[in-house]
Design a protein around this ligand. Structure first.
Ligand SMILES: [Zn+2]
Length: 273
């Protein structure tokens, strides 16, 4: 009788808990796998809650903290938190959800380990030239060679070069790549510091900080960048800042781990911006 009671307790109470725990771990394993696949130059695998680097370093994936405020997510994220919102490619049909900014959350030590710290002059040693729109413009821009980022940007550049002349004003001139600076209004290093980002189309750019919030305090979504351009960047591992609630539509950044990700739909606190 006692045994049957315990068995019942196991089935009703403990079994579902085990299931939930293993399901979450499986999701996290898939995300770590995604990182290993995206950065094979540096990562060799993962074990438990750690990413294993080729130099033997182990880095914690999940800090175990849930329900972070949005600002905490940006300022003190774990690697897992970088997947807090899904990145969905394809034509933009609706404004992003409040605080859905897939890619804005960056665990800085992860990127510094690969691309170097620009404040110490480490990133500049990795820079190479990329010809921007070889037929239509033909001047050099700088990008990091680490992780093949410059190579991917060359492919993007050659494909953009094939687009009809109606796209020229979005592409010529480019609006900047490498820049060792913090993100406007924050203390966080920009992806331009890692030389993994490019801005385009200054004249057609929309940025949430330049927009007045509406009466509910929400930033109305704005974008002028054509989907054809976005598609070419995404095909080669670059995400687009136009998919963020805090949009930055001129901004593209090499983040292959996020493309077409479901994200962990993490437990970020629902709140007004
Ligand atoms: Zn940018």
């Amino acid at each position: 009788m006692i045994f049957r009671g315990l068995a019942k307790l196991f089935l009703i109470a403990i079994c579902p808990l085990l299931f939930v725990a293993s399901a979450r771990a499986a999701g996290d394993d898939a995300l770590m796998e995604r990182l290993v696949r995206s950065y094979p130059e540096f990562l060799m695998g993962h074990e438990g809650n750690e990413l294993i680097w080729k130099d033997g370093t182990r880095m914690l994936f999940d800090d175990g903290k849930r329900d972070k405020e949005f600002e905490t997510l940006l300022n003190a994220p774990s690697i897992r938190d970088m997947f807090y919102a899904p990145y969905l490619s394809g034509k933009v049909t609706a404004a992003p959800d409040i605080n859905s900014d897939p890619g804005r959350v960056r665990y800085e030590p992860f990127f510094i380990k690969m691309y170097g710290d620009c404040r110490k002059g480490e990133t500049s040693r990795t820079l190479v030239d990329v010809v921007w729109l070889p037929k239509k413009w033909g001047k050099m821009i700088k990008m990091t060679r680490v992780n093949g980022v410059a190579e991917q940007l060359s492919k993007i550049s050659r494909e953009l070069d094939q687009l009809p002349a109606t796209y020229d004003s979005y592409l010529i001139p480019p609006a900047g790549t490498v820049n060792c600076r913090v993100i406007e209004g924050t203390k966080r290093m920009s992806a331009h510091g890692s030389a993994t980002a490019i801005d385009i189309a200054q004249k057609h750019a929309n940025y949430w900080r330049w927009t007045k919030p509406d009466s509910k305090g929400r930033y109305p979504y704005r974008n002028q960048i054509p989907a054809e351009i976005v598609e070419i960047f995404e095909k080669h591992g670059f995400i687009w800042g136009g998919r963020w609630y805090h949009y930055d539509t001129m901004h593209f950044e090499y983040r292959p781990e996020l493309l077409n990700s479901d994200g962990v739909r993490s437990e970020v606190k629902k709140q007004e911006p």
